[in-house]
Write a protein that binds this ligand. Structure first.
Ligand code: ATP
Ligand code: MG
Length: 256
C-alpha cells in the first residue's frame, strides 16, 4: 500500500505543529498502574507511531496527553510548557484527538458537524464557523459531501469529517487512536492517506495504530510498548528490520 495518493487538497496549507514531550509519565486506574515512567520526545511537525499488544497502555497514554485521564506522576510538555498546569479545555483546543468511533451528530450535515464544533469551542460567528468548516472539509476531500448527514456518508468519509472537525480547532498536535480500525478494509486507505498528508504538511502527530505499513512508511519514529512501558523506540527501518528486544521480535512475527 502506498500513502502518496492524495485526496484533493486546496492551496499549500501547512500546519504549525508544536513539540510534545512526555517525561516519566505514569498513569493508573485506581491502584493499578498501567503506564510506567514513559518518556518520549516528538519533534515539531513529525509523526510518532505507537504500536504494541492490546492492553499495553497505548490509549491510556493518549488520554494522559490531552488530559482525558489525569496522570499519576510525570509530565507532558506541549511546546515546552506543562499541560498539567493548564485548564483541560485549553489543552484540548491545542491537542486534537481522533478516535476509532467518530461521534458525529447524526441529525447534522458534515458541514454543520464541523461548524458547530468550531462555534462551540472557538466562539466564532455562524458565518465564520461555516467558512472554516468548508475549508477544512475541502482539505480532507469532502467538499462535495458537505451537505450530507453521517448516515449518507461511508465510514471512511465520516472519519474524515471527524478529522476535519479536529483540524478546525487549529491544533498543534493531533492524536489518533486506531482511527481506521472500525472501517471496512477498502475505506482504510483513504483515511491513512489523509493522515500521511497531514504529516507531510507539518502537523505533529502521535498515532496509535495496528497499520504496520503506515508506521513503517509515514512515521519518523516508532515506539513499541508492552505492559505500560516503552520497550523499544527508534526509526521505523531500525525497529521493523532490526528489532532488538525478543518481545518486539515476537510481536512483529505475529502482526507482519
Ligand atoms: N477505564 C479503565 N479502568 C480500569 N482499567 C482500565 C481502564 N481503561 C483501560 N484499563 C486497563 O489499562 C490497561 C491499558 O489499557 P489501554 O486501553 O491503554 O491499552 P491499549 O494498549 O490501548 O489496548 P488496545 O490495543 O486493546 O486498545 C489495560 O490493562 C486495561 O484493561
Ligand atoms: Mg487502545
Amino acid at each position: 500500500m502506498t500513502y502518496t495518493t492524495p485526496v484533493p487538497i486546496t492551496d499549500g496549507h501547512f500546519y504549525a505543529g508544536s513539540s510534545l514531550e512526555l517525561r516519566d509519565l505514569t498513569m493508573a486506574y485506581g491502584e493499578i498502574e498501567v503506564l510506567r515512567e514513559v518518556s518520549l520526545e516528538v519533534e515539531p511537525g513529525t509523526t510518532t507511531c505507537i504500536i504494541g499488544p492490546s492492553g499495553s497502555g497505548k490509549s491510556t497514554l493518549l488520554r494522559g496527553v490531552n488530559r482525558l485521564h489525569e496522570p499519576k506522576s510525570g509530565d507532558v510538555l506541549l511546546a515546552g510548557e506543562s499541560v498539567l498546569t493548564q485548564k483541560p479545555d485549553a489543552v484540548r483546543k491545542r491537542i486534537g484527538l481522533v478516535f476509532q468511533h467518530f461521534n458525529l451528530f447524526p441529525d447534522h450535515t458534515a458541514l454543520e458537524n464541523v461548524a458547530l464544533a468550531v462555534r462551540h469551542v472557538k466562539g466564532l460567528s455562524k458565518a465564520e464557523s461555516r467558512r472554516i468548516a468548508e475549508a477544512r472539509l475541502e482539505e480532507v476531500g469532502l467538499a462535495e459531501r458537505a451537505d450530507h448527514r453521517p448516515r449518507d456518508l461511508s465510514g471512511g468519509q465520516q472519519q474524515r469529517v471527524a478529522i476535519a472537525r479536529a483540524l478546525a480547532m487549529e491544533p498543534e498536535v493531533m492524536l489518533f487512536d486506531e482511527a481506521t480500525s472500525a472501517l471496512d478494509p477498502e475505506l482504510v486507505k483513504g483515511v491513512l492517506n489523509l493522515m500521511a498528508q497531514l504529516a507531510q504538511r507539518g502537523m505533529t502527530m502521535l498515532v496509535v495504530t495496528h497499520e504496520m505499513g503506515f508506521a513503517r512508511k509515514v512515521a519518523d519514529q516508532v515506539v513499541f510498548m508492552d505492559e505500560g512501558r516503552v520497550v523499544e523506540a527508534g526509526a521505523p527501518a531500525d525497529l521493523f528490520e532490526h528489532p532488538k528486544s525478543p518481545r518486539l521480535q515476537r510481536f512483529l512475527s505475529e502482526v507482519l
